[in-house]
Design a protein around this ligand. Structure first.
Ligand SMILES: Cc1cc2nc3c(=O)[nH]c(=O)nc-3n(C[C@H](O)[C@H](O)[C@H](O)COP(=O)(O)OP(=O)(O)OC[C@H]3O[C@@H](n4cnc5c(N)ncnc54)[C@H](O)[C@@H]3O)c2cc1C
Length: 427
């Protein structure tokens, strides 16, 4: 087990132990240095190595220590801000092209799981559920948009009666099932990607935080506590933890704490009755509830967020209260694990990819919607480094604003905005 290194989550408990990779000591040359061994970094490294690049991947903690090892792990189409918003940001044609890439991301993930033989409990099926009449209307409009405007045919609408046979909850009006989306064990998946990257030749150093980089002649020097990586390109995939390493990136995102719980095992029959088709479920509130069954018959439930930083106090109790609103019949059930992680949210909730300098690339701002998108994002970054920029630039062209007020005021400003959305959830 890897629980000693990772936070104490159900994922850590159920992931086989492995010997940690060494920390970087001394100097090493490579073509590309990737920073951050979440899904984004591991996918970038793997795809670059497959193209013949010599790659070093630096991870400050352990592989999958960040959001990728803690996630609700619902692998869903699209981007967090939705297609309607994306169309406003980049126009219909680019929004369509981005949509197609996100759908390709779902397939890429399934292909990686099968080609790299990653044992990560992948289950097909995800249902977005409407809890209020307004959301029911929005869901129907989204369904028509996806089928007609985006020609996306793996979605189907589920009316209330049918939904009641799938979900043992009275809470929802309707749902939209996507059979191409799904869910998985994110820590096992990310470990599997890292193993695939290493088989392809990537050198991964754990407990090797990248502290800064400088330029010397045509090379970039990335410094860690005990070594230097000399490279010609740099790929930053550090989510909300990069901070001082790249301050201009930090202005575009804010780390929002989001929390999950795992119940005790419910036994096969009781767990199966909660979601009979074993799909992953997300509601449509701004602060959304998301839940699914685990392979050992628990309910994994996420929802609560904290805009004032990661606060683990009372998390289990508060998230359990949300779970009981969906499934009051679980009143007698114990919560065995509770954990949190940061999601890197942008102002407009669209993903933020780009270049800090011509040879320094970054992927961030997945805004809580990164399990599938991070994988294809890594592939796009590898294409850009190899000189094919078009697909990466579709994302790099999405406009983004800094959070207002500088570091000190960013969080209060976001909290105020979120208060408005929270109130909206109540209507
Ligand atoms: C609780 C939770 C639930 C979620 N649920 C869902 C969901 O259901 N569906 C969905 O699509 N998305 C979900 N997300 C979001 C999704 O998990 C993330 O978007 C995705 O995992 C981000 O991957 P990443 O590789 O960009 O970042 P991470 O996985 O966070 O990896 C970044 C890594 O970079 C390392 N790092 C940072 N700085 C440095 C440095 N200077 N040097 C070296 N290493 C560094 C960190 O240690 C970390 O390991 C959820 C997130 C959380 C926290």
């Amino acid at each position: 087990m890897v629980a000693a290194a990772h936070i104490n989550s159900w994922y850590a408990l159920t992931t086989p132990d492995r010997t940690a990779n060494p920390a970087l000591e001394g100097n090493i040359d490579c073509d590309v240095c990737v920073v951050g061994a979440g899904i984004a970094g591991c996918s970038t490294a793997l795809h670059l190595a497959e193209k013949g690049y010599r790659v070093v991947l630096l991870e400050a903690e352990r592989i999958a220590w960040g959001a990728s090892g803690r996630s609700g792990a619902q692998a869903i189409f699209g981007v967090a801000c939705g297609q309607k918003k994306l169309e406003k940001l980049v126009g219909l044609s680019d929004a369509r092209a981005i949509w197609d890439i996100t759908v390709e991301g779902l397939k890429l993930q399934r292909d990686l799981i099968s080609n790299q033989k990653i044992d990560c409990d992948y289950v097909a099926g995800q249902i977005q559920v409407a809890q209020k009449p307004r959301q029911d209307q929005d869901l129907r409009a989204e369904f028509i948009q996806l089928q007609q405007r985006y020609n996306y045919q793996s979605v189907s609408l589920i009316e209330r009666d049918a939904l009641n046979t799938l979900l043992a909850s009275e809470r929802y009006f309707s749902g939209m099932l996507d059979t191409a989306s799904g869910h998985l064990h994110p820590l096992k998946y990310t470990e599997g990607l890292a193993a695939a990257a290493m088989r392809a030749g990537v050198k991964i150093y754990e407990r090797s935080g990248a502290l800064s980089y400088t330029r010397q002649n045509k090379k970039l020097n990335v410094t860690t506590a005990a070594g230097i990586v000399r490279c010609t390109s740099l790929a930053l995939c550090g989510n909300a933890w990069l901070g001082p390493f790249a301050p201009t990136l930090a202005k575009k995102i804010i780390g929002v704490g989001t929390y999950m719980i795992a119940t005790e095992s419910l036994g096969q029959n009781r767990a199966a009755a909660l979601i009979t088709n074993n799909a992953a479920i997300t509601d449509m509130n701004w602060i959304l509830d998301y839940f699914r069954r685990s392979s050992d018959h628990r309910l994994l439930f996420g929802g609560r967020v904290s805009y004032s930083g990661l606060d683990t106090v009372n998390t289990a109790r508060a998230t359990r209260a949300r779970m009981l609103q969906v499934y009051p019949q679980l009143k007698d059930v114990k919560v065995e694990y509770a954990w949190g992680g940061y999601a890197d949210i942008t102002m407009n909730r669209a993903p933020h990819f780009g270049r800090l300098e011509p040879d320094v690339y970054f992927l961030q701002g997945f805004s809580g919607h990164g399990i599938a998108l991070t994988g294809i994002a890594g592939k796009l970054l590898s294409e850009a480094i190899a000189g094919t920029n078009e697909r990466f630039d579709l994302f790099a062209n999405i406009p983004h604003r800094n959070f207002p007020g500088g570091a000190a005021l960013r969080r209060p400003a976001l909290m105020l905005a979120m208060l408005w959305y929270r109130l909206r959830d109540l209507l």
